[in-house]
Design a protein around this ligand. Structure first.
Ligand SMILES: [Zn+2]
Length: 149
């Protein structure tokens, strides 16, 4: 039942017309459209638009709508996978490399140590020299800055 079919953008292609939509086989979709799943992979969503075409596979038992890329909108909410990756990255930045605990704040990149471990580690680098010359009040302020950032 395939024949010349006009696409949403005026292009004519050789395709079937099923369910009122230009219908393509898996991998045969025209450019400029994507499935919901493919949109998701790009951080996009259909954004209220109706599919302008569809793909069918497994002898028509499986199908997916094709949405226009130029009308797709950015996802407002990160996907569960994106959220997990963000959470893991943040957790890594909060982990002290000495005691391997989640410090509860982002530890300074220069030392990678939580406040407790820095206090017990003795003088190291710039923080160490400030420690040696400073008093307890200055030490508190050294640690106040990175944890607030
Ligand atoms: Zn620590």
């Amino acid at each position: 039942m395939a024949g010349p079919v006009q696409l949403w953008d005026g292009r004519w292609v050789f395709a079937a017309l099923e369910d009122g939509l230009p219908t393509f086989r898996w991998g045969g979709a025209p450019s400029g459209v994507a499935t919901r799943r493919q949109l998701r992979a790009r951080g996009l969503r259909p954004g209220g638009q109706q599919p302008v075409a569809q793909i069918k596979w497994r002898r028509g038992r499986r199908w997916a709508g094709l949405y226009r890329l130029d009308l797709a909108m950015a996802c407002r909410v990160p996907s569960p996978a994106q959220r997990a990756a963000l959470g893991a990255a943040l957790a890594a930045r909060r982990r002290c490399r000495a005691c391997v605990r989640d410090a509860g704040y982002v530890v300074p990149r220069s030392t990678g140590l939580c406040g407790d471990c820095t206090d017990s580690a003795g003088p190291i680098g710039a923080v160490g020299s400030a420690r040696v010359s400073g008093n307890a009040f200055e030490r508190e302020n050294i640690w106040a800055a990175p944890s607030a950032a």
